[in-house]
Design a protein around this ligand. Structure first.
Ligand code: SF4
Length: 346
């Protein structure tokens, strides 16, 4: 039905202005429509009563506004909520709402159906890449979750490698930042990458966003095994790109480090990590590996986690231990895979 129409949720402010100029409409009309779409969640042009009737009919003919409802919502005993969305082509993606203190919440969203990066500790990676998400499909995860309560921060850390889908991700970020739309400040959005070096550089030229890098190893030998991307972009290149990113954007880079029992959680690893981070404005998020059914790796021992974190803190590296949430509903880091409902068999 909407095949020949344009989805207004796929457009940035500049693109909307260009589209509206075809109808001879002024720029401020864009602000009006942004408020209807993103603040009042209205999808029917007829309800946009501050737009002229004729303009509403013109829009109806040429455009539409997509809107998502989750197909499944699961709530963990710790309050984490996982949303599964069915896409028009039958694929599915997941987003996770993680409750924080004082009524705040972070939403972790997906950028691809599946992922091509093949990280060993990640369920999403096991299924390979099906396709990229379009910008409106990235944006709609946030819009749908907002209907379920406020979201303070957005992290692009769900299914997929955001920098492997850079154009659509940059468009989605621009839409998140719209003052008259969702209004997220650049500091409230974090993009997490496994380490695609040329795209990290390109990202810093194209848009502002807080960068998180999934590091997880301190030698090329181990990182090559855990994260095949390292065979293309080894640690020295990655760290140099991160150093430049922090300098260009004047923002600290966050390094995510999943502590895996007996693999990367020793004091020797912690010492190497301190060396690697030398000269990079950064902080470290330590995450204890989730040992789940069928998992290849082991969770780290409590003492190893503490010793690892203390070593970093003593060397003046900000190192927080991130609690892993939503484990009982497979919503924790690396567990997203759209597992509840598979694609209908064709
Ligand atoms: Fe892809 Fe991220 Fe999983 Fe690696 S950890 S396979 S980049 S989704």
């Amino acid at each position: 039905m909407n095949k020949d129409k344009i989805d207004l949720k796929s457009l940035t402010q500049e693109q909307l202005e260009e589209f509206f100029s075809e109808f001879g409409k002024e720029k401020y009309r864009v602000k009006q429509i942004l408020r209807w779409i993103y603040q009042r969640h209205v999808t029917d042009f007829e309800q946009m009563t501050d737009l002229a009737k004729q303009f509403r009919s013109q829009l109806e003919e040429r455009a539409y506004i997509s809107s998502w409802q989750p197909e499944v919502v699961e709530t963990s005993s710790d309050g984490t909520r996982k949303y599964l969305f069915r896409l028009a082509d039958g694929e599915s993606v997941e987003a996770v709402r993680i409750p924080m203190d004082e009524g705040r919440a972070t939403l972790c969203i997906s950028t691809q159906v599946g992922c091509a990066m093949g990280c060993q500790f990640c369920m999403t990676g096991k299924f390979g890449l099906a396709r990229n998400l379009r910008s409106e499909e990235i944006v709609n995860q946030v819009c749908a979750a907002l209907q379920d309560g406020p979201i303070t921060n957005i992290v692009l850390m769900g299914m997929g490698e955001p920098l492997h889908n850079l154009d659509h991700v940059v468009t989605a970020l621009k839409i998140f930042y719209l003052d008259d739309g969702l209004g997220y400040g650049t500091r409230r959005v974090t993009l997490s990458t496994c380490g695609l070096v040329p795209e990290i550089k390109e990202l810093s030229q194209r848009i502002k966003v807080h960068l998180a890098v999934s590091l997880n190893a301190t030698t090329d030998e181990l990182r090559n095994q855990l994260m095949p991307v390292n065979q293309r972009y080894p640690l020295a290149e990655l760290m140099s790109a991160c150093r430049d990113y922090a300098l260009t954007t004047k923002q600290r880079v966050t390094f995510e480090y999943i502590l895996i029992g007996g693999v990367n959680d020793s004091i020797t690893d912690a010492k190497r990590l301190v060396k690697l981070l030398h000269g990079v404005r950064c902080k470290v998020n330590l995450i204890a590996y989730n040992e789940h059914e069928g998992a290849e790796f082991k969770a780290p021992a409590e003492e190893s986690i503490k010793a690892f974190q203390s070593h970093l803190l003593q060397r003046d590296i900000v190192a927080t231990l991130r609690a892993s949430k939503g484990q009982d509903i497979s919503a924790a880091c690396g567990q997203l895979k759209g597992k509840q409902v598979d694609k209908p068999a064709t």
